[in-house]
Design a protein around this ligand. Sequence first.
Ligand code: FEO
Length: 399
Amino acid sequence: MGSKMEPIEISKGVYNVGVTDWNIRDFHGYSTDLGTTYNAFLIVDEKIALVDTVREKFAGELLENISLVVDPKSIDYVISNHTEMDHSGGLARVMHRIGEDKPVYCSKMGSKNLPKHFSAKWNYQPVATGDELSLGNRTLTFLETRMIHWPDSMFTYLNENQILFSSDGFGQHYAGPEKFDDQIDASAVMYHAKKYFANILLLYSTHIQKLLDKVLSLGLEFKMICPDHGIIWRKDPGKIVDAYVRWCRQEPDKKAVVIYDTMWHSTEQMAHAIVSGISREGVPAKPLHLRKTHRSEIMTDVFDAKAVVVGSPTLNNQLYPSLADFLTYMKGLKPLNKIGAAFGSYGWSGEAVKMINKELETMNFEIIDPGLRVQYVPDKEALESCYELGRKIGKAVAG
Ligand code: FEO
């Protein structure tokens, strides 16, 4: 509770009536150290439309915000751009308040998926790309955007104001006093947008690239882009669109990450020696301890790194559990265009390096070395080998 924010008139007759979730720190496994927002938009014209709702527990705050602008019962249309519960969770309370017979506009997939979340038989109105809904003086156009972020996802465009309501697209898990891109340092907001892309949308990049091409080919102007999470883009909406076009290509930077866990600091010593070797070649590199840095932060670094080096001790003939967790997570997000290598210390069996290589091969990483294993504690010679492995990786990244 306590997350209500005053409705903000973002354009004449268009309000952000969403809420801020200041205290969320784990968004289904994604670290949200600063919290997030669930933006929802009220468009007041001859007809009144609500675009998206909020997480269920904040539905009361959403309705209070709406009440500060209009009587909720006067809402004529609900638009559901996305079925996921952080945007549809409040729908049941909203519909109960505004009238269960009010039409709910959503994509065709939305009309199939929403009833799998809610038992109420609402008046679903499936729409397709190009379909329009008149509000009187202004008109909404719908654009299906499957897999940004679910099969039901769509964007809604307010023609006359050139405002795009983009649901998860172009969003960031960020909560702060700033509400618009002209109120916050550009690099700060872009970091959160990149983290969002790397952890939520990366696996759909090829698909999103085609979708963006299609949307951009419609020649729509975007004066403002309003995602359902975080900052609204009004100063330079082109900046985030250009970033998405670039991110979808997955062209990595000349940098390396060395991801590891360690039991008695042996694998850690190896990681640090590898980082030194990579750095020696002029390639930025850093060690990332899996129990010190959250996996979603690590994935943000993986996203634009050319080399991903992975180290694990062998524990009970297996990978260390945190490595198994991370490799599963990374595999699901399907990063492209990476080179990889494995390393790790062991006591008597030493399967971890082989297991990492197998996983990296499954992800189509280019394995540039069979990998380094060290029994128990690395001596000077072993650390020299790690350093040389680092230099080999550094040279490969530097090209
Ligand atoms: Fe913000 Fe895919 O939900």
